[in-house]
Design a protein around this ligand. Structure first.
Ligand SMILES: [Zn+2]
Length: 312
């Protein structure tokens, strides 16, 4: 008997709140989304409402991906971003309102699990992922398990690429988030004297035609990212490095002009495949892994064996 359990994945993004009912294979069966409410209390109320819209008897658990530092084992949000859920009883409230078990984790961990289950990292056991959006997040899977450290490992956006660089929100200088995030890209564009509405696609197009200013912007943006990828590769020896988030595909293109410099660092780098769906798929897959309904014993034994007597 096939396992028909589904789970609901929720992705708390910078702009949108997304939720979807997802199969065990990582297929989205039904989805809803809306603009995020940046008040924590209201946002939790909206999460509960979206989950109720999607809930059905075959839903066995709920997973919620949260931006910021999350201690998944203790189900605690330690620090947040635009929507600050630090200290909020997120998992407990959703669980109480829906009657279904809830797991929470960092949104980058969720996205990487999705890419391994159903995207560009399918079947890989050792994957490092940089999530490039407004900031830079990260996640690491080693031997098929999310690397957690004491709780919040994988903050790849805070790999130092310039000890004398710009101040970072973490309190240090020159983290790759300060050179290679979307925010940093906007700064490089401004510093190059280009109009503020210049898109990364414009920059990539102009650089491909040999435009020196565009090349300079790409070097300033992608050069330090290459250094951070190489540092992460040296530390984790991955099968694959994935670039996700809203700027993942652009960063992948930009990196083609900034190759790894040394033979030590010839690791495959790919752009993530699931786009904006990675968050909800990963949250649901994580919830199913944690709370899959146990199969009835008959489903685990091949039919021809069920007629044999068990040994005494
Ligand atoms: Zn930092």
């Amino acid at each position: 008997m096939p396992d028909t359990s589904t789970a609901i994945g929720v992705d708390i993004g910078g702009t949108n709140l997304r939720a979807a009912r997802v199969s065990g294979a990582g297929d989205i069966l039904e989805r809803v989304s809306e603009r995020i409410d940046r008040d924590a209390n209201n946002a939790i109320g909206r999460i509960i409402e979206l989950v109720r819209q999607l809930d059905r008897p075959d839903v066995t658990a709920i997973g919620i991906g949260v931006p910021g530092r999350v201690d998944a084992r203790r189900r605690t949000v330690l620090s947040g971003g635009y929507l600050n859920l630090a200290g909020a009883a997120l998992a407990e409230r959703v669980e109480a309102a829906t009657g279904k078990p809830v797991i929470i984790d960092n949104d980058c961990n969720m996205a990487l699990v999705a890419e391994i289950a159903a995207g560009a990292g399918r079947g890989r056991e050792n994957v490092v992922m940089f999530t490039i959006g407004t900031g830079i997040g990260g996640a690491i899977v080693q031997e098929g398990q999310i690397l957690r450290g004491r709780g919040t490992a994988g903050q790849l956006g805070h790999i130092t690429v310039d000890v004398k660089g710009a101040a970072c929100v973490c309190g240090r200088r020159g983290c790759v988030e300060t050179t290679s995030s979307g925010t940093a890209l906007a700064r490089h564009i401004q510093e190059a004297g280009l109009p503020a509405d210049t898109s990364i696609d414009d920059i990539l197009r102009r650089a491909a035609k040999g435009n020196a200013v565009a090349r300079q912007v790409l070097d300033a943006w992608a050069g330090p990212l290459r250094a951070a990828i190489d540092s992460a590769s040296a530390a984790f020896d991955p099968d694959l490095v994935l670039l996700g988030g809203g700027l993942g595909k652009a960063a992948f293109k930009a990196l083609q002009k900034v190759p790894a410099l040394a033979p030590w660092y010839q690791y495959p780098v790919l752009s993530a495949a699931l786009g904006d769906d990675a968050g909800v798929i990963g949250a649901a897959v994580c919830a199913l892994i944690e709370h899959r309904t146990p199969l009835p014993p008959s489903a685990l034994v091949p039919a021809e064996l069920t007629v044999l007597e068990r040994p005494a």
